[in-house]
Write a protein that binds this ligand. Structure first.
Ligand code: FE2
Ligand code: FE2
Length: 358
């Protein structure tokens, strides 16, 4: 079952009440609405795109199970209350409370209010932790770029800490909430770096990378544009297209970045490879080395996809960002640039259905 972009937050938190019993649905809706917005829908109706604060499921056993399963892996978790019917016990799960459908309305309501209270408390805690993670990661990225610009050494420990913060935040709240926080927090190259790192963390987990590979991928994403620290700010922030000379300078950032890290001597060759080659294309028309096909490593291919997707969907002062589906269409159309198999694997991240990633 596809929930589309169910990872998006609604303006106002709401309880989603799914019930095939119209009079019971209307009665519960009235009472819940006194406490929080309540969207009441029939058990066969389409699900809202925004994530609910809490879901109440009152449907025949198979339908209830299908709906519950659709929300089970949402990030962050959505608490569910199931009013169970039938003989078979409803399978238990995290953030799930099950009551018999015969429970009195007053007891159901008391449970609903307790779950709303619990969900509000955890949402506040998550928001606070996410804020801390974004602030911490932004400070680290800002420091990296400042140190690189000044010719000072990059602290490997800081980059590892940044990697940890990105991975912790994305696994806890999902890429949607991470990007919302990153985009609120800062602009420009730091925002881009944290966006690429967030996408890399999500994509890497989705394709089942082990912890060491995942760490390396996120570290490479955090460092991929470090060479931009030596590109003049007015070129970096220029609204609109660059002229030929500016473009030539800008194209030097992969080489500058890789040289910088190599001099430092603390970074693995795979990370240097990403920094130097993230603008190569499979058809050999990229830069700086015009690598083609198998000469481009998997790690580079993954970061290139995250890089292009982030760049297309970021807010810039001079243009509207592309939506996930628009960005995907642009990337699929640009044949010869990105790895088509990896693009297919990345599509769920681009289409915003990370809330359902298993
Ligand atoms: Fe770049
Ligand atoms: Fe980039």
């Amino acid at each position: 079952m596809a929930l589309g972009s169910a990872s998006r937050y609604a303006e106002q938190p709401f309880v989603l009440l799914i019930s095939d019993r119209p009079s019971e649905r209307a009665a519960l809706e009235r009472s819940i609405a006194l406490v929080m917005d309540c969207r009441a829908v029939d058990a066969g109706a389409a699900l809202p795109a925004e994530r609910p604060h809490l879901i109440i499921l009152d449907a025949p056993p198979d339908r209830a199970l299908a709906l519950e399963t659709a929300y089970r892996t949402a990030k962050p978790p959505v608490p569910r209350l199931v009013l169970a019917r039938g003989e078979r016990p409803f399978p238990m799960g995290a953030h799930l409370r099950v009551l018999p459908a015969t429970t009195s309305r007053q007891v159901v309501l008391a449970n609903v209010f307790a779950l709303i209270e619990e969900a509000t408390r955890s949402a506040k805690m998550r928001a606070r932790r996410l804020g801390e993670h974004v602030t911490g990661a932004t400070a680290i990225v800002a420091d990296l770029f400042d140190s690189a610009a000044l010719g000072a050494g990059l602290q490997r420990a800081d980059i590892d800490r940044g990697t940890e913060l990105v991975l912790a935040a994305v696994s806890e709240v999902g890429i949607g909430a991470w990007l919302e926080a990153v985009w609120r927090h800062d602009i420009g190259v730091y925002q881009h770096t944290l966006g690429v790192a967030g996408h890399a963390a999500t994509f890497g987990s989705q394709i089942g990378l082990g912890r060491a590979d995942l760490d390396r991928l996120v570290r490479a994403a955090l460092l991929h544009d470090i060479g931009k620290s030596r590109i003049p700010v007015d070129i970096l922030n220029k609204p609109g297209a660059l002229n030929a000379e500016e473009y030539r300078l800008m194209q030097r950032h992969p080489d500058i970045g890789a040289t910088l890290l190599k001099t430092q001597g603390e970074f693995e060759p795979e990370v240097l490879d990403v920094v130097r080659h993230h603008h190569e294309r499979l058809d050999g028309k990229g830069y700086p080395d015009r690598l083609a096909g198998s000469a481009i490593s998997d790690l580079v291919r993954i970061v290139s996809i995250c890089d292009v997707f982030s760049a297309l969907t970021e807010r810039r002062t001079y243009r509207q960002p592309a939506s996930g589906p628009e960005a995907l269409a642009i990337m699929v159309e640009a044949q010869g640039h990105l790895d088509p198999d990896l693009l297919r694997a990345f599509a769920p991240v681009m289409l915003g259905s990370d809330a359902l990633a298993a």
